[in-house]
Structures are given as C-alpha cells and as structure tokens.
Design a binder for this molecule. Structure first.
Ligand code: KIV
Length: 269
C-alpha cells in the first residue's frame, strides 16, 4: 500500500468562495519554480502565487517594479509543471495592466493562455475596479490586492501599514463588485483586516492583516528563512533554511578542497 494519500481534486475558483462559507482557512504561498511548487503541493497548500516579489527574492531588486510580464510568464510555466492540486495565480507586474482595461485583458490572457495560470492577481482597489471587471468579463478569474500595494511603493512613501479604514473598505467592496474571486489584504491593522473580511463575501487572504482573514499568504523565501535581507513584522519564519543551506555548502566546499568528495559511493567503476 502506498504511504502517499491520493492526489485530491484540484482547487477551483468556486472552492475559494465555498471555503469562506464553510469557515475553512486558505493557505497560500508564493512559488517561482518547479521544485518549490512541488514542495508546497506536498504540504497541501491551496494556492500557489507566482508573485512579483520574485523581483526581490529571486532577482535581488529593492522593489518588484522592474519585473516584466515575460518573467512572470516564465516563472508561472515552471510553477504550473509542479502544481497538481493548488490553484496557480500569476501576479500581473507593474505597468502590465494599469494603462487600460484592454491592456489588462491582453496581458492577463497571456498569463493564462501561454503560461498556464488559472487566475491572475492585480493590485488596486476602486481605481483598478474597471480593469478587474474587464479581465473577469474575459473569463479570467482575478484575485484583488488592496492595502499596501507594493507596486505603488513610491506613491505610498514606502512599505507602510495602511490605516485609512473607510478607503480600504471602499476598495474591498469595489474589487468584489468588479467580480474578483478573492482579495489579498496587505499590511493593515488586524482590526481593519477583520472589518474587511466581514464586509465582503469573497475570501480575504491576509499578509500582515491579522488572524481574522479567511486565509493567509507568505513569501516562500520569507517563511523558510531563505531571504534574510530584511524581515517585515508580518513574517513568521517556520524554518531557518538559510543557515542550513550555508552549512551544507561550507561542508561541500571543505570536502572538495580536502579531496573527500566525491567518495566511492559517488564514483563509477
Ligand atoms: O508578490 C507577492 O508575492 C505578493 C504577495 C506577497 C501577496 O503580492
């Protein structure tokens, strides 16, 4: 008998709404490649987000602004190959949807049609509602993103907690009314996260938005302790893989230099 449980049915967009109705919390994590997608799948995550945070944790930029649609498409293809059950959501990068609703549809379509994403995510509340509606009308599910929207980092004056409750509620409602199936809420006080979650019927996915959200999302490299340039308050490190990777590499370097690697087990006869 196999020790591995059978692969459950793939997550769908309606499953997200139903999870909120049932009160089941949704576990979302970012992924940028096949191996991390496989690992997250094996852990049973509900959704893999190919986030533009790859600009920071993969590419080493100080913000996500330089990330291109082609790069998101490339990483989405890698993640899709490792995904079996999880819903794969591709992040629309800076200036791939803000110009016009038509641009949003064209580029969201590319992420679904060519890269294999099941849904896209785009940032912005009331001011992006038209773009969300256009993409949904084209048959593409949209995950909204309000609160701290990192693509507007310069407009917001930095990566700051967002506290304008009335505006945040208006943004959440606008994105829901535009047809989004779920909503990332980033860096707002926990009490505001709870109010937004009560105000909308679609599931809220919090990142620095408190425990009342319908789900949570973290960046893969943050939660595993692989990215250590800085640590936002909302990050919990579930492992310190950075240190483990460093020690393994140190040992590898030492063994190579001492002629201990490869040993007989790694050598052909
Ligand atoms: O880019 C990203 O990874 C994100 C999540 C952290 C929400 O937008």
């Amino acid at each position: 008998m196999s020790a591995t449980p059978p692969v459950p049915r793939p997550m769908t967009v309606p499953d997200f709404r139903e999870a909120k109705v049932r009160g089941d919390k949704l576990a979302v994590v970012t992924a940028y490649d096949y191996t991390s997608a496989r690992l997250a799948e094996e852990a049973g995550v509900d959704c893999l987000l190919v986030g533009d945070s790859l600009g920071m944790v993969i590419q080493g930029h100080p913000t996500a602004l330089p990330v291109t649609l082609g790069q998101i498409a490339y990483h989405t293809k890698c993640v899709v190959r490792g995904a079996q059950r999880a819903l794969v959501v591709a992040d629309m990068p800076f200036l791939s949807y803000q110009v016009s609703p038509a641009q949003a549809v064209r580029n969201a379509g590319r992420l679904v049609k060519k890269a294999g994403a099941h849904a896209v995510k785009l940032e912005g509340g009331q001011r992006m509602a038209e773009a969300v509606r256009a993409v949904v009308n084209a048959g593409i599910p949209v995950m909204g993103h309000i609160g701290l929207t990192p693509q507007s980092v310069h407009l917001l004056g930095g990566f700051k907690v967002q506290r304008d409750t009335e505006q945040l509620l208006a943004d959440a409602r606008a994105v829901e009314q535009a047809g989004a199936f779920s909503l990332v809420v980033e860096s707002v006080p926990a009490e505001v996260g709870a109010r937004i979650t009560q105000a909308v019927a679609i599931p809220t996915i919090g990142i620095g938005a408190g425990p009342s959200c319908d789900g949570q999302v973290l960046v893969f490299h943050d939660l595993l302790g692989l990215f250590t340039d800085f640590k936002p308050k909302f990050v919990k490190r579930y492992a310190d893989l950075g240190s483990q990777v460093r020690s393994a590499l140190l040992e590898y370097c030492r063994e190579v230099r001492e002629g201990k690697f490869p040993g007989p087990e790694q050598s052909f006869r």
